[in-house]
Ligand binder design. Structure first.
Ligand code: ZN
Ligand code: ZN
Length: 351
């Protein structure tokens, strides 16, 4: 599809009397993608190192050396990610003291607000990907003092939200924007598993890189076939083939033959793939709130209650929304290696 587009846009005008015989410099075609709050959020989280740095922020890391020892990350990479995440407003730098030039990195409000998204990813990871010993973390909701398994719910009726019970329509921010070349392809999925055992890592490892994520998103928009996915995403066919094969292997899609001559397949979300809907719409909610300038590209309607809604992660015991400041955790692994304690509070201390 990319090739076809290039030929069309780069066509030369017919030579005629008035046409100077200079060589026309062909501009590369401008590729666009759907405005999407999920993609904006995935742009941050699909970089494995960036994600891991944010996660350690939730475990209380603030100083450069704390991040470094928990993740065994090189200085150069850590410096780069902290700088980038600070520029993106996820962390802010604060001085150790008035006399020191050194800084700590503190999650900002928008950074802390990624917590419910992490919870949605974590619950997905716990449900589908945890090892037989059980989930690495147990969560305790301070609001009700119960062991909690938060879930993604409708902000109106507070019921669990599943993909087939949601309709969508364009919002005020709908449209297309050019794809930034640097973001077109990056594959760092293998790095997600570094550091501490984590269901969020497992979930992101299954989702993979940004392209894989966009393929999953299009599946929720109803795309099943190779050609359709290629048109919607402006993706090179070798990359699409690679990502589909990987997503089938990880159990997100199953492949079904719909034509014999020539042989053609379509890709259907498995029950596990369908369950990615919760994390996906939580990422969307975060992107709508922090990256869409008040213009959400998509409006969701919950068919069970008939209302437009904002996806919200709530406690399964008391039904209250989950915030980073109201959750405690207990680890089921030895935290010594990662510079933490066996139990604690998400975002310890003042926010
Ligand atoms: Zn509802
Ligand atoms: Zn609760």
């Amino acid at each position: 599809m990319r090739l076809a587009a290039a030929t069309k846009q780069g066509r030369r005008p017919k030579a005629g009397k008035d046409t100077p015989s200079v060589r026309i410099i062909q501009k590369p075609p401008v590729l666009t993608e759907r405005n999407c709050s999920v993609a904006r959020t995935v742009g941050i989280l699909s970089d494995a190192w960036a994600f891991l740095v944010i996660r350690e922020g939730f475990f209380g890391a603030r100083r450069f050396e704390e991040f470094r020892s928990a993740l065994e990350i090189s200085r150069a990479t850590l410096t780069d990610r902290l700088r980038r995440l600070t520029r993106e407003g996820i962390f802010r730098e604060i001085s150790y003291s008035e006399t020191s030039s050194r800084v700590e990195y503190k999650l900002t409000k928008s950074g802390i607000d990624l917590y419910p998204t992490f919870m949605a990813l974590m619950q997905f990871g716990d449900r589908w990907l945890a090892d037989p010993k059980g989930a690495p973390l147990q969560l305790i909701h301070e609001g009700c003092n119960c062991v909690s398994k938060p879930f993604v719910s409708c902000s109106c009726c507070h019921q669990h939200v599943v993909a087939r019970k949601v309709s969508y329509r364009d919002g005020p921010g709908a449209g297309k924007t050019p794809i930034e070349p640097s973001r077109r392809s990056r594959r760092t999925a293998d790095d997600f598993m570094r550091g501490r055992p984590s269901s969020v890592s497992r979930a992101l490892e299954v989702i993979g890189d940004r392209w894989s994520f966009l393929v999953i998103r299009e599946a929720f928009f109803g795309a099943r076939r190779f050609d359709k996915l290629q048109v919607e995403l402006n993706i090179a066919s070798n990359i699409l083939t690679d990502r589909l094969a990987r997503l089938v292997e990880r159990g997100v899609f199953k492949k079904r033959k719909y034509q014999s001559l020539p042989e053609r397949f379509e890709y259907l979300l498995t029950p596990m793939g369908m369950d990615l809907y919760g994390p996906l719409i939580m990422m969307m909610a975060w992107g709508d709130k922090w990256r869409a300038e008040g213009k959400p590209p998509l409006i969701l309607r919950h068919l069970d209650c008939g209302n437009d809604f904002t996806p919200t992660v709530i406690c399964n015991r008391c039904g209250e929304p989950i915030h980073a400041t109201s959750m405690k955790y207990r680890m089921r692994y030895n935290p010594d290696k990662f510079g933490g304690t066996k139990s604690g509070r998400a975002v310890p201390g003042r926010v």
